[in-house]
Design a protein around this ligand. Structure first.
Ligand code: ATP
Ligand code: MG
Length: 449
């Protein structure tokens, strides 16, 4: 049963003039009483199959004529190279077998009309209508979604490769936790045998506990945040690539942030050129993201630029998306923003010893209006400083006792970052909304299917 011949390879010219057996699903079909043109799809591409009544005989041809979209079939035939055919090849069928039929009373619900329906805000965005979100399990088969999922797979592979090549050790943290990383407002509460636990917002605190053991560690795991606002860049369950590194400054950590993002862009170009083209992505742009250094800018400079553009922003505010968007309009590659005001950041960010109104942190902002893809920096690492920062913030010490302990036994300078994998894929793929790059998006409005 195992499949050995792929449509992508047929279209690449590997089987010209040979008889092959193609397994797949019917994407489109049309034709006459004598001849049918069936576009067959598999995970690697599409090919038109020409099915003639003469070749199959009356009875089988009738079956082919009645076949419905998304029926799974095995079509045997001879590969014919023809410039006029989509992809450069067609299959002249010699045999046709239906494997999984489609019930004529419930034809495949996704069609041109439903693909062009408006979403709840009256906008037409790929896959955005309530109908398509309800039928997400079927929408996954569309070519756009398939391309997105392939890009996503390359991104995950590239992140693992990058960190492993740099001698980072993969490390897993629990998903049930009791302390917040990102602040209480976006915590998901979970009943936990008479107690309250939360779904983790980040791997970071538990990674810092292992930092004295492993020194360089990373993960790719889901993080959960009860983001109530509806934006095109927030999921409630997203995939978070995080790293933690002992003996490192903010500058040294940023080298890896830049390194991993450039490696993802390079890998997508190498592995998924065809998918990027089918999504209308400019390959030169992705090459620029892969090859160019990412400039660094201090928060103060960003505020000045924004004020120069007439944006209402005051020193000390965190820069939300509306401001990131304006700032990144002039960027041609991602830029790091560093040295945010201490008052804008939680206790674990290390205060700049040179100027204590700043913390040694960074955000990486992607161009084309995509905004933040990485947040990171140095951690407050001495016991004395961490206690002072927790108290100053009014955060209870108790849930963080294990975290404080890690400083009490040989604390060292260290830091790390979190990268939103879905956001990076969304940006590199040119997606209109973050939900385009994850198979079953979870947002404040949707946990089904
Ligand atoms: P934002 O201000 O955009 O909500 P954040 O400052 O809350 O981001 P961090 O806590 O620094 O983000 O998280 C690290 C990274 O995780 C972010 O740079 C982003 O790429 C990603 N991320 C954070 N929240 C989400 C989310 N709700 N959905 C998808 N990705 C997210
Ligand atoms: Mg957030």
């Amino acid at each position: 049963m195992v499949k050995t011949i792929w449509i992508g390879d047929v279209q690449a010219g590997k089987y010209d003039d040979q008889e092959v057996e193609l397994k797949g699903w019917i994407k489109r079909e049309r034709g006459s009483n004598k001849m049918r043109f069936i576009v067959l799809r598999d995970s690697t591409g599409n090919i038109q199959c020409v099915v003639k009544k003469d070749a199959l005989g009356e009875e089988l041809f009738q079956e082919v004529k009645n076949v419905l979209i998304e029926t799974s079939v095995i079509i045997t035939g001879v590969v014919n190279a023809d410039e006029r055919a989509d992809g450069g090849h067609e299959l002249i069928a010699t045999a046709f077998e239906i494997i999984g039929p489609v019930n004529p009373e419930r034809p495949f619900p996704i069609n041109k009309e439903s693909l062009e329906a408006e979403d709840e805000d009256g906008e037409i965005m790929p896959g955005g209508s309530e109908f398509l979100l309800d039928n997400r399990h079927l929408y996954l088969r569309t070519s756009r979604m398939t391309s997105m999922l392939k890009l996503r797979s390359s991104a995950f592979g590239a992140i693992h490769n990058y960190f492993r090549n740099e001698d980072f050790i993969e490390y897993q943290a629990p998903n049930f936790v009791t302390g917040a990383v990102e602040g209480g407002s976006t915590l998901f509460e979970v009943p936990y045998f008479g107690r309250t636990a939360y779904l983790t917002q980040s791997w970071q605190l538990y990674a810092e506990a292992a930092m004295p053991a492993l020194e360089r560690l990373y993960t790719i795991a889901p993080s959960f945040r009860a983001e109530k606002s509806r934006t095109r860049r927030h999921l409630t369950e997203f995939w978070h690539a995080e790293m933690e590194m002992a003996w490192a400054t903010n500058d040294e950590i940023m080298i890896h942030g830049e390194g991993v993002v450039r490696h993802v862009a390079r890998t997508m170009l190498e592995e998924q050129e065809q998918e990027l083209v089918s999504l209308d992505r400019d390959l030169d742009l992705i090459a620029r993201y892969a090859d160019s250094p990412y400039p660094r800018m201090r928060y103060d400079e960003a505020v000045e630029i924004l004020q120069g553009k007439g944006v209402d922003v005051e020193w000390g505010q965190d820069l939300d998306y509306s401001k990131e968007k304006i700032l990144t309009q002039d960027f041609d590659v991602p830029h790091f923003l560093t040295h945010y005001p201490k008052i804008a950041k939680p206790f674990y960010h290390r205060v700049d010893p040179d100027e204590d109104k700043y913390v040694l942190c960074h955000d990486l902002l992607a161009p084309e209006g995509y905004g933040e893809i990485i947040g990171g920096g140095e951690r407050t690492w001495s016991e004395e400083e961490i206690l002072a920062r927790i108290d100053e913030e009014g955060t209870p010490r108790e849930p963080y006792q294990f975290y404080i302990d890690t400083r009490s036994y040989g604390g060292v300078p260290h830091g790390g970052f979190g990268l939103g994998v879905d956001r990076v894929v969304s940006w590199l793929a040119g997606a209109t909304h973050i939900r385009e790059v994850i198979p079953f998006p979870r947002t404040s409005r949707r946990v089904t299917p």
